[in-house]
Design a protein around this ligand. Structure first.
Ligand SMILES: Nc1ncnc2c1ncn2[C@@H]1O[C@H](COP(=O)(O)OP(=O)(O)OP(=O)(O)O)[C@@H](O)[C@H]1O
Ligand SMILES: [Mg+2]
Length: 244
């Protein structure tokens, strides 16, 4: 049986403008830019990338630092609009990209749970239903009334992961967020992701631990300098990657 396509990436290219100069003041920048003396360098972080993801697949994106993995995930999550090409997504997305980015650091953990829930589109009543699970999963029982600014980065990640993985999204995007927690919490997060895969969630996964990628993913996209080097079965491509 042919599984249905849930993500379609068509000829996506992404350009960033890099200014190679440093300016001492805004005034200097404005004067130079009016005189046309500011040189902007173009940089293509993604170059004509196309692929399709089928429902229920767990796809790992691998490649060296700067190869375009996070940029690719951000265009799929809708955080970045591609310069060329288009991305079509047929389902809901839970993005785990910059954990805690949606937090208000002055608010308590409890307040942030409800704030983030609202950002994710849940009602207060729904969040009340999820609240105990979030507290239990993050193991932050005695810290729920503490402002998040007093949390360690690991604690912030725990809370953000617990919130972002409530419910069963159609697509879960994970960009290197598992490396922040301690090993016990990592194992717990892996189990939760596996549980979501078993329930039919499609996963896009980035981790610098190739072992973790092999454990979680059945398909791999290998990026090199913003281009797709290959897309195929996880076992085979991970072996090639490890030998490269
Ligand atoms: N907002 C931006 N402005 C300018 N350049 C950017 C921006 N975001 C990313 N880049 C550049 O695009 C390239 C790809 O970055 P990206 O973060 O997608 O790489 P990555 O594969 O996720 O790397 P890493 O393994 O280090 O996380 C890098 O060279 C980076 O400097
Ligand atoms: Mg990255």
């Amino acid at each position: 049986m042919d599984k249905s396509v849930i993500i379609k990436v068509e000829h996506v290219s992404m350009r960033f403008n890099l200014s190679s100069e440093k300016f001492d003041s805004l005034k200097e920048y404005i004067i130079k830019s009016i005189k046309g003396q500011v040189s902007i360098e173009e940089f293509w972080a993604l170059k004509d990338v196309s692929f399709e993801v089928k429902k229920g697949d767990s796809v790992g994106l691998i490649g060296l630092n700067g190869s375009g993995k996070s940029t690719m995930l951000k265009t799929i999550a809708g955080v970045l609009k591609p310069t060329k090409g288009c991305v079509k997504v047929y389902g809901s997305i839970a993005p785990l990209i910059e954990l805690g980015a949606g937090f208000d650091m002055d608010l308590t953990a409890r307040e942030n749970v409800f704030l983030n829930g609202a950002l994710l589109g849940y009602t207060r009543k729904e969040m009340e239903g999820y609240y105990n699970d979030i507290v239990n999963f993050s193991e932050l029982n005695s810290f729920m009334d503490v402002p998040v600014k007093n949390f360690s980065s690991g604690m912030v990640s725990r809370l953000a992961f617990a919130i972002a993985t409530i419910g069963i999204p159609d697509i879960l995007i994970v960009d290197e967020v598992l490396s922040v927690g301690d090993f016990q919490f990592q194992a717990k997060c892996e189990r939760r992701i596996q549980n979501m895969i078993d329930k039919g969630t499609t996963i896009l996964f980035v981790s610098h631990s190739i072992d973790q990628v092999e454990k979680i993913c059945n398909k791999i996209i290998w990026l090199e300098h913003g281009q797709m080097k290959c897309f195929g079965e996880a076992k085979e491509i991970c072996e090639r990657y490890k030998r490269s």
